[in-house]
Design a protein. Structure first.
Length: 205
């Protein structure tokens, strides 16, 4: 089971230090999500990281930066897919794939995935549990229904997101998810690398 860490949305001076620590303790892929950052600030966050890490970073906004940095991929947010229009989204996916970048997206129901018209490499599906980082953001996914879908789908990998912790991650592995995207359980107490190691140990023990 694969693990992805999504950055906390807030902008904090210690962000890049924590990101490097996460990679040091075994993180393979990080999603850089800073929804309130303008392009220059977002790019400055990248510049503060060693270029050797770029190929393990997926960006959630300011997609033109793939022309400048050797990144792992792009993640299409729900609002971008909705607002940009199908033609523009498909064109961006084609450009990214031509550059051999991964393309992923966020979805909130099994129906969204069954009707998906986009060529994505993997997707985030959730929230599978009540969110840790967003108060009042309740689970929308029936795990049993997800398991049924996961048993028949072939086109893309599915990562669970939302409320995932060391206490419930094994149930997602049992359900058949390809991986999990971690957010609140990583960042909420100021010790992300230790939190990541504890969760990783749950699925490798």
């Amino acid at each position: 089971m694969k693990l992805i860490v999504v950055t906390a949305p807030e902008n904090k001076p210690e962000d890049t230090k924590h990101i490097q620590e996460l990679f040091h303790v075994g993180l393979e892929s990080l999603h850089l999500r800073k929804p309130d950052q303008e392009k220059n600030d977002f790019e400055n966050t990248l510049k503060q990281l060693p270029p050797s890490l770029y190929k393990r970073i997926v960006i959630h906004s300011h997609y033109k930066l793939i022309e400048k940095y050797n990144l792992k991929g792009i993640h299409l947010t729900e609002w971008f897919i909705r607002d940009a229009g199908l033609h523009e989204v498909k064109e961006l996916i084609t450009i990214a794939h031509q550059r051999r970048l991964s393309v992923s997206g966020s979805f909130h129901s099994i129906e969204d995935l069954e009707n998906l018209q986009l060529k994505l490499d993997y997707i985030f599906l959730g929230p599978v549990f009540d969110s840790i980082s967003k108060e009042g953001y309740k689970s929308k996914i029936n795990i049993s229904d997800a398991t049924t879908f996961l048993q028949k789908r072939k086109r893309f990998e599915v990562f669970a997101i939302g409320g995932i912790s060391r206490d419930n991650i094994k149930s997602l592995k049992t359900a058949g998810f390809d991986g999990a995207a971690l957010l609140g359980s990583i960042w909420n107490d100021g010790n992300p690398s230790n939190n990541f190691k504890n969760i990783k140990n749950q699925i490798t023990a």
